[in-house]
Design a protein around this ligand. Structure first.
Ligand SMILES: [Zn+2]
Length: 353
C-alpha cells in the first residue's frame, strides 16, 4: 500500500496535499452536553513518496507519555523532511483524557477492546469505528503509545506479534531491547490493525498521569529509527539495541503476586536483570517480626512493577519475564560495561539514548 508517487491524502474528512502540513481537530462524536468530541490530528504529507505512518496515543485516557511524544513529532517534522506521510493522532480516547481516566467515562468501556468498532454500537465501539475507518486503515503501519495503568510503572518495551514478518520488522526497527511477543487481546487497536494488513506495535513506557522526559527523548530516537527503516527519513540511520530479547509466547512471563499482605520494599535493582533466587521484594508487618522475602522464580527481567507501598495478598508486585542463559550473559556483560539502562530510585528512568 506504500505510495509510489507523492499524492493527496484523504484522511479525517480532509484532503492534505503533498508538501502540506495540516493540523486540525477531527469531530468524532458529541457529548451529552452537546459539545464536539474532537481528536487533535496532525498530518504531515511529505514532498516525496513513501509510506503513511500513524502514531497514536491515549487510547487509555490517562496514559500521557505518548501524547508528549506525538506533540514533539508533530512539531518537529516538516513535509520537506519526510518521504511519505505522518498521521499523528494526538489523543484517541478524548472523553477519558478529559476525565483523566483510563476508560471511556460513564459507559466505562475500554476503547482498546473496542476495535474495529461498530457505527451502530456502544459509545466506545462508535468512537473506535470512526478512528479505525477514518485514519488507521488509510495508513501503512503504526505505533500506538501506552503507559502502565495507575499505580504501576512499566519498563520501556514494545509489544508485537513477532510471528508476522511485517510486524517483526517494525518492532525491531523501533530499537528497544525487550519485545513482548503476542498478538494482543481481541479488540485492541494493534491486534485489529495487524490482522487487516497495517503492521502496528504497542509501545509501553513508564507511568500514567505524567510526562516523563527521560522516556520522551528515548521515544523520539526510536520513532526516528522506525522512520529510517521505512525510508520515510532515508538519510537517518536505523538504531539497533545491543541486545534484543523477544519474550516467547506462553509460560515465560508472569505477574508475581504477594502471598501475604503488608508493607512492601523493593529489593531488586538498579538493573532490570534479576538472577534466580535473588530477592525481588520484602513484605513485612508493622512490627517487622514477620518478613516475607519474594524471590525471583527464574533469571529474568522486571518489565512492570506495582508502585504501591502496601499490598493485600494476591496483589501483583511485578511483571517478570524469563531470559535464556545466552541472553542473560549478554545483559550481564552490558551491565559490567555500564551499557545497560538503569532503574533509579523513584521509578524507571533511562540514562539517555
Ligand atoms: Zn494502555
Amino acid at each position: 500500500m506504500t505510495r509510489k508517487t507523492s499524492q493527496l491524502i484523504e484522511i479525517g474528512e480532509r484532503t492534505v496535499s503533498p508538501g502540506e502540513k495540516s493540523q486540525f481537530r477531527y469531530d468524532a462524536a458529541t457529548t451529552y452536553h452537546g459539545d464536539a468530541v474532537e481528536i487533535p490530528v496532525t498530518v504531515i504529507n511529505g514532498d516525496k513518496a513513501g509510506p503513511t505512518v500513524f502514531l497514536s496515543a491515549a487510547v487509555h485516557g490517562d496514559e500521557l507519555n505518548g501524547i508528549k511524544v506525538i506533540q514533539e513529532v508533530a512539531d518537529t517534522y516538516e513535509p520537506a523532511d519526510v518521504h511519505g506521510a505522518l498521521v499523528c493522532l494526538h489523543v484517541l480516547n478524548v472523553p477519558g483524557f478529559l476525565a483523566q481516566q483510563r476508560y471511556v467515562p460513564i459507559s466505562d468501556e475500554d476503547l482498546n477492546r473496542s476495535f474495529p468498532g461498530n457505527a451502530r454500537g456502544t459509545t466506545a465501539k462508535r468512537l473506535a469505528n470512526t478512528i479505525y475507518e477514518e485514519f488507521v486503515v488509510k495508513c501503512d503501519l503504526g505505533l500506538d503509545f501506552h503507559t502502565s495503568t495507575r499505580n504501576r510503572t512499566t519498563m520501556y518495551h514494545v509489544r508485537a506479534d513477532m510471528r508476522d514478518p511485517a510486524v517483526e520488522r517494525l518492532a525491531r526497527a523501533f530499537g528497544m531491547s525487550v519485545i513482548l511477543d503476542g498478538e494482543g487481546s481481541e479488540g485492541t487497536l494493534r491486534n485489529v490493525a495487524c490482522r487487516n494488513g497495517v503492521p502496528t506495535v504497542t509501545v509501553e513506557m513508564g507511568r500514567a498521569h505524567q510526562f516523563q522526559m527521560e522516556h520522551l527523548d528515548r521515544a523520539l530516537h526510536c520513532v526516528a529509527s522506525v522512520l529510517a527503516e521505512y525510508e520515510v527519513l532515508p538519510d537517518r540511520p536505523v538504531s539497533w539495541p545491543g541486545w534484543t530479547h523477544v519474550v516467547a509466547r506462553g509460560g515465560e512471563k508472569t505477574w508475581i503476586r504477594a502471598d501475604t499482605g503488608g508493607l512492601v520494599e523493593r529489593e531488586w535493582g538498579p538493573h532490570l536483570l534479576v538472577e534466580e533466587g535473588e530477592p525481588l521484594f520484602t513484605i513485612s508487618n508493622h512490627f517487622k517480626d514477620d518478613v516475607e522475602v519474594v524471590r525471583a522464580p527464574f533469571t529474568g527481567l522486571v518489565i512492570g512493577v506495582l508502585e504501591s507501598a502496601i499490598v493485600y495478598p494476591g496483589h501483583p508486585l511485578c511483571h517478570f519475564v524469563r531470559v535464556d542463559e545466552s541472553t542473560a550473559d549478554i545483559i550481564r556483560d552490558d551491565i559490567q560495561r555500564g551499557a545497560v539502562d538503569v532503574y533509579r530510585e523513584g521509578g524507571f528512568q533511562w540514562q539517555g539514548p
